[in-house]
Design a protein around this ligand. Structure first.
Ligand SMILES: [Zn+2]
Length: 65
């Protein structure tokens, strides 16, 4: 994990209302959950972050090539 990854914007889906909430990876690593607009917490799972980073990296590589 480097500094660039920590500033990666990660989208997590709320299980309660389906809204996608975006937050910085560096912030998510230090929090267990984040508040959704519907009032329910979105649980931050480490596995979700890993997958999201992989997806973001793939998108970035496509954009650059
Ligand atoms: Zn929600």
């Amino acid at each position: 994990m480097n500094r660039k990854v920590d500033t990666q914007l990660i989208g997590l889906r709320c299980e309660h209302c389906g809204t996608i909430k975006a937050a910085l990876l560096g912030w998510l690593k230090e929090h267990d959950e984040m508040a959704c607009d519907c009032g329910q917490p979105i649980v931050v799972r480490p596995n979700d972050l890993v997958d999201a980073v992989k997806r973001a990296d793939a998108v970035e590589r496509r954009a650059l090539s």
